[in-house]
Design a protein around this ligand. Structure first.
Ligand code: ATP
Length: 385
């Protein structure tokens, strides 16, 4: 187990800044996932940690040992950082069998033969490759090769795992199995893990914390539930979650009332800005009979998807998307009444995109507290039309 500290890390490629003074503390035993759109700097950060890329400024400390410091002129090579890495390109030896490829990592560490054999058998069985141990890489599928690379990392039991999209070549079923297996092995070994992925489900299901990045900057570092329920800004709100969060711009009318002409919302508290964006997850819309806090919308699309149905609704120029159960009883063109689950709303300053926090003095629950994800059936149940 190892603690990693990244301080003010900068990496430039010519004029482009891939990492812009990134600071982050990764606790011992954490499963930290780096998430963000293509080009945001995830891989660059991982490669800087691994020592495969030399930053331009900043400091990286692993367990109180400085492995990189621009100021102190320290640059520890990758092999001396005591890290295990798996990258998207598996880099297997083509002339070695699966077993020998996996054994290679252990041989480098001079692991005794009996220990080595036992670990190889165990890991190959864990990741479902035991029956292929005498094959050569050219006789394996991309997904199988990816698992061999993973096995090579896992058998060496490094205190830090660095993984860049290690499951990207697996089909959906295998990916799911491997997530469970990786999480189990990581939990058992207690290895501090930094994991890059594009896949939100992977990030949300495997991580202890998610780091959302954009243009070389960190936007939010939070446990996955909090990233979903309380995105710190409009970018994170929009980036996380499918279907997308409903973001509606409203102007201050009076007191705690905000409106865009189509809908008027009583927030119950008054943000100190003239224009806000309210973020409502699709499961935080309430559909049902007319109430004093509801507005009439027209159903414009119904998208059934297994256990749920995504409902798109329109009123004037306001478009909202709700997530309901599989039997909605709704029809396109139908009129419905919509209200917000106001306690679950997030409010952002429309000019900066930053979250506006509800003052504690107004006696309402603080937004810094975690709000449990909406799971109850009644939360978005259609209560009549
Ligand atoms: P992806 O999800 O597509 O892999 P990423 O978030 O991992 O993207 P990086 O690969 O870290 O992004 O790239 C960050 C930025 O740095 C991008 O703008 C990229 O074009 C640039 N970049 C990365 N490596 C190099 C390089 N070797 N030379 C020049 N620019 C680079």
């Amino acid at each position: 187990m190892s603690k990693i500290e990244i301080r003010n890390l900068v990496k430039r490629y010519g004029q482009a800044t891939a990492l812009n003074k990134v600071s982050l503390t990764i606790e011992s035993g954490e499963f930290l996932v780096l998430l963000g759109p293509s080009g945001c700097g995830k891989t660059t950060l991982l490669r800087c940690l691994a020592g495969l890329e030399t930053p331009d400024e900043g400091e990286i400390v692993i367990d109180d040992h400085i492995v990189y410091s621009s100021e102190k002129k320290v640059l520890v090579p990758p092999g001396k950082r005591n890290l295990g890495m798996v990258f998207q390109s598996y880099a297997l030896w083509p002339h070695m069998t699966v077993r020998d490829n996996v054994k290679f990592g252990l041989d480098v560490l001079h692991t005794p033969k009996d220990v080595s054999n036992q670990r190889i058998d165990q890991v190959l069985a864990d990741i479902g490759l035991a029956h292929l141990d005498e094959r050569y890489p050219s006789e394996l599928s991309g997904g199988q090769q990816q698992r061999v690379a993973l096995a090579r990392l896992l058998t060496t039991k490094p205190p830090v795992f660095l993984m860049d999209e290690p499951l990207s070549n697996l089909d959906a079923r295998l990916r799911m199995d491997m997530r469970v297996e990786l999480k189990r092995i990581q939990g058992e070994t207690g290895a501090t893990t930094v994991y890059v992925t594009h896949d939100q489900t992977e990030a949300m299901t495997m991580s202890t914390r998610v780091v959302v990045m954009k243009d070389g900057d960190i936007q939010q570092v939070s446990p996955p539930g909090l990233v979903y329920r309380q995105p710190e800004n409009v970018f994170v709100a929009e980036f996380i979650g499918m279907p997308l969060i409903n973001l509606t711009e409203l102007e201050h009318v009076d007191g705690s009332l905000f409106s865009n002409g189509d809908i008027t919302l009583n927030l119950g508290w008054q943000p100190d800005v003239a224009k806000i964006v309210v973020g409502a997850r699709p499961e935080d819309l309430k559909l049902g009979p007319a109430r004093k806090d509801s507005a009439e919308f027209t159903v414009t699309a119904l998208l059934p998807n297994g256990p749920e149905t995504i409902v798109q609704m329109t009123r004037g120029t306001t478009v909202l998307v709700a997530r309901l159960g599989h039997e909605t009883g709704l029809e396109t063109g139908q009129t419905i009444h919509v209200s917000f689950e106001t306690e679950a709303l997030n409010v952002y300053d429309a000019s900066t995109g930053a979250m506006v926090r509800r003052p504690r003095t107004q006696g309402l629950p603080s937004l810094t507290k975690s709000i449990a994800p909406a799971t109850g059936r009644n939360r978005n149940e259609l209560v009549g039309t």
